[in-house]
Design a protein around this ligand. Structure first.
Ligand code: C2E
Ligand code: MG
Ligand code: MG
Ligand code: MG
Length: 280
């Protein structure tokens, strides 16, 4: 009947919009509450050296322990956190937590933390990172910040200055999801990344399409010739692992080795006794 009546159609549409807006608003509200109520948790996924198979670092990946929905993926809430600016306090919380966790790990192990464009744009971003490092007594050289190229698309000069400043303190800068944007390659000219993380979309077709291997080979070669560490994301099979190793990549990350795990399990993986475990 909505079709027969123009105004009816409009009202149906209006109600749907209203529901979407309400759902968004309530998610935003829930995110705020989750922040104050400490409902977030940082998981870690190993970054593995392809030559020795040793864990050389861990990437911090935030999770939301939601009362009804359970463990919730960042894919669900990071976009809304970015839009609303909540990513600024959330990102700071993740960074401080990650630095404190990493300070317990053996000193050759790094921690990688994702940084959103919104965070980097904050005037006090460098100062905040330095405070997280000093508060946890973590050597700046053990911190790696992962940025995606969307960071470099905007306010380029200010952002580049911040990245250079951080690098001057010894913090490493990695380009995340390399190859997914429009101008990934041109950014390699603009900023001396320490590492490029080749997006997992390139890995999926290894062994199926010859072009997949050709492209990944070219990216690894490019990174190596620019003196950047190359890491390949999303390694799920032994075939993919040996292929990217043969192409000369330095590091890998993926379900083949380990999926993201709670800090407690990482401590066990690294064989560290946690204070509360000793007490128990
Ligand atoms: P990312 O930084 O590219 O992180 C890697 C993602 O790939 C993680 O998803 C990880 O679980 C997933 N992954 C790792 N190995 C494999 C694999 O072998 N196969 C497949 N299919 N996936 C794999 P996750 O944890 O869901 O995070 C998704 C994205 O959310 C991250 O992508 C990052 O962009 C964002 N994110 C997570 N935590 C934070 C954070 O603290 N701050 C910010 N700004 N973004 C975050
Ligand atoms: Mg990342
Ligand atoms: Mg990535
Ligand atoms: Mg990715």
């Amino acid at each position: 009947q909505a079709k027969a009546d123009g105004r009816g159609t409009y009202r149906v549409f209006e109600v749907q919009m209203d529901e979407r807006a309400r759902a968004r608003l309530s998610l935003e509200q829930e995110l705020r509450e989750a922040l104050t109520n400490d409902r977030f948790e940082v998981f870690y996924q190993p970054l593995v050296d392809l030559g020795s198979n040793a864990v050389i670092g861990l990437e911090a990946l935030v999770r939301w322990r939601h009362a009804e929905r359970g463990l919730t993926s960042p894919a669900v809430f990071i976009p809304i956190a970015e839009e609303t600016g909540l990513i600024v306090p959330l990102g700071e919380w993740v960074l401080r937590r990650a630095c404190r966790d990493a300070a317990r790990w053996p000193s050759h192990i790094r921690v990688a933390v994702n940084v959103s464009p919104h965070q980097l744009r904050q005037r006090n971003f460098t100062a905040m990172v330095l405070s997280a490092l000093s508060e946890s007594s973590l050597d700046p050289r053990r911190l790696e910040l992962e940025i995606t190229e969307s960071v470099l698309l905007e306010e380029t000069d200010a952002n580049l200055k911040t990245l250079h400043a951080l690098r001057g303190f010894g913090v490493r800068i990695a380009m995340d999801d390399f190859g997914t944007g429009y101008s990934s390659i041109s950014y390699l000219r603009r900023f001396p990344f320490d590492k490029i993380k080749i997006d997992r979309s390139f890995v999926r077709e290894i062994g199926e399409k010859p072009e997949a291997s050709a492209i990944i080979r070219a990216i690894i070669g490019l990174g190596r010739s620019l003196n950047m560490t190359t890491l390949v994301e999303g390694i799920e099979t032994e075939v993919q692992r040996s292929a990217v190793q043969a192409e000369g990549a330095h590091e890998m990350q993926g379900f083949l080795f380990n999926s993201p795990r709670p800090a407690r399990e990482i401590d066990a993986l690294l064989r560290i006794a946690r204070p509360e475990d000793e007490a128990a």
